[in-house]
Design a protein around this ligand. Structure first.
Ligand code: NAD
Length: 521
């Protein structure tokens, strides 16, 4: 843990120091305070914005190759320093070594390389052909220019992947970035910013604004675009505030992801996926399996497998590779939400088959933030565990009579982040998948689509606006500019002043020739 406690935090200027109260950062697996970071106020954020804007033109001028070189160096830095980064992530989130390695280090290493190499392809000038006869011979170009200064606001569940990860395409596009990590888990962002500086990132191109919600509010007012990841409630506030300055926003928010297990599913695979993607990272993944609908013929078999697999989970503090399967919960108030959902379900008739208590099995009063891996059955949509985001290690399972009922219940949610369907009949699985109201759906898989950086990842309904990854994941950090370049042309175009009846009639005929023919019903 020494590496965490000795972490350098940004040196605030005198004005910033005056605004900084200092935020304690806890290790959720022990309850110990492991560091303090400044709580930056609006003046500090405005000063950062000024420095970021001053640094951005030179960064943009480096071009894709120059920027890519630094991002590729950072890819190597991350791999060379992976143990140190994992220790930092584990110490401030309470997650396991493996959760940090798989879903953060691997994602980061992949993303630094991907955006270093692919940014140019997504953002280079694109020639457009037009069918408009009057424009034939002119050059039409779609061009992407960086917006300037991007504000990234992140949550606590994936400090590398969901906070720092969104900075990478913004930087690759040529923007300066201010990242406001969650006040609960700011240390990983500070460490990675140090790493980027060691790799040659010019000063002020990436700055970390540590602070609470008010720091985020100040950031929304100070930048050219906001990339927000967090709860739907906060996302709504961010969008309302950004509307005042017409600042564009991209929102990645909460979910209540359903898994549908059809009667012809590979039940063993479905159960493994339900338990793993429901419980890994302590169930604190935006795209976790949050609720399961199982067709009646395989319901008993599925539940029995899920119960056995959940009972076998080793929950505890991760002190290195292989030491625990499920770690602590990162944010203390989230434990209260999980407890509330389980108690609400029990009061309305649900049965707890595994877990169902705070703490860990054998240590209900354990210091830190703990809730046991929990399986619930006899659940329905009157219960919060089936309708509200739980964001904890719980798996409520509901029996359904057929795929129509599964689809109806899966879509009975304000959220629409991700979903999964299990069936050996891939065509049947895909046809169910296409009817689910979710930004992404996996068939015979779950969650793993997130790692395909070529594929858009974003929420439908109250889960999001815009997406990360793919072309949209980097073009959103740019202004699209349409260029029309005219090379060969007369002094005057025929449609210009003065209007005269002969030309107007001729144009009328031309319009009919151009658009009046063709098949119609
Ligand atoms: P949160 O909404 O409480 O906080 C997110 C961030 O917003 C934090 O940095 C916080 O300080 C900041 N913030 C708070 N109030 C603000 C305001 N008024 N203006 C600007 N910023 C403000 O979310 P959380 O509890 O940190 O994260 C958990 C949530 O994030 C869950 O709902 C989860 O589903 C969601 N999430 C979504 C995705 C996705 O990709 N869709 C990924 C990870 C997490």
């Amino acid at each position: 843990m020494a590496s965490v406690e000795q972490r350098t935090v940004p040196e605030p200027s005198t004005a910033e120091a005056a605004a900084a109260d200092g935020i304690p950062v806890e290790n959720p697996a022990t309850g110990e305070v492991i560091a303090h970071v400044p709580d930056l106020g609006a003046d500090a954020v405005r000063a950062m914005a000024q420095r970021g804007r001053a640094a951005q033109p030179a960064w943009e001028a480096l071009g894709f190759e120059g920027r890519g070189r630094i991002l590729l160096r950072m890819q190597k830095w991350l791999l060379d320093n992976s143990d140190r980064v994992i220790e930092t992530i584990v110490s401030e989130t309470g997650k396991t070594w493996e959760d940090a390695q798989l879903a953060e280090i691997m994602y980061g290493a992949s993303a630094f390389g991907f955006w270093a190499k692919e940014a140019e392809g997504y953002l280079s000038d694109h020639k457009v052909k037009t069918s408009v006869v009057m424009l034939k011979g002119k050059r039409l170009i779609e061009r992407y220019r960086p917006l300037g200064l991007i504000g990234v606001i992140g949550p606590w569940n994936y400090p590398l992947t969901n906070s720092f990860g969104d900075c990478i395409p913004a930087l690759a596009a040529g923007n300066a970035v201010i990242l406001k990590p969650s006040e609960v888990t700011p240390l990983t962002s500070l460490l990675l910013a140090d790493g980027l500086r060691d790799c040659g990132l010019p000063a002020d191109v990436l700055q970390i604004a540590t602070g609470r919600g008010a720091t985020g509010t100040a950031l929304v007012d100070a930048v050219d675009m906001i990339m927000f990841t967090g709860s739907t409630a906060t996302g709504r506030k961010v969008m309302a505030q950004a509307a005042q300055t017409l600042t564009p926003v991209s929102l990645e928010m909460g979910g209540k992801d359903p898994m549908v297990v059809l009667s012809d599913a590979d039940v063993e695979r479905a159960a493994n996926h339900a338990v793993y993607y429901g419980m890994f990272n302590g169930g604190q993944t935006c795209v976790s399996v949050e609720r399961v609908y199982v067709e009646a013929p395989v319901y008993d078999q599925f539940v029995s497998k899920v119960v056995d697999k959940t009972r076998a989970i080793r929950q505890g503090r991760s002190t290195g590779p292989g030491t625990a399967d499920v770690g602590a919960m990162t944010f203390a108030p989230q434990v209260d939400i999980v407890e509330r959902h389980v108690e609400d379900a029990k009061a309305k008739g649900a049965r707890v088959l595994v877990g169902g208590h705070r703490g860990t099995a054998g240590d209900p009063d354990r210091p830190g933030n703990w809730y046991e891996p929990t399986v619930l059955v006899d659940v329905d949509h009157t219960m919060e565990c089936m309708t509200e985001e739980t964001f904890g290690p719980t798996l409520p399972i509901m029996r359904v009579s057929d795929d129509e009922e599964a689809i109806r219940l899966a879509n009975d949610s304000p959220y629409g982040l991700s979903a999964s369907v299990f069936s050996k009949d891939v065509a049947r699985g895909e046809s169910v998948a296409r009817r689910l109201e979710a930004g992404s759906v996996c068939v015979n898989d779950a969650v793993i689509n997130y790692s395909a950086l070529e594929l858009p990842m974003g929420g439908a309904k109250a889960s999001g606006l815009g997406s990360r990854h793919g072309a949209g994941g980097i073009r959103k950090y740019c202004q699209v500019q349409a260029l029309l370049v005219s090379r060969l042309h007369p002094h005057k175009e025929p449609h210009m002043f003065p209007y005269n009846a002969r030309m107007t009639k001729a144009l009328g005929k031309l319009i009919k020739v151009l658009y009046g023919r063709g098949k119609r019903d």
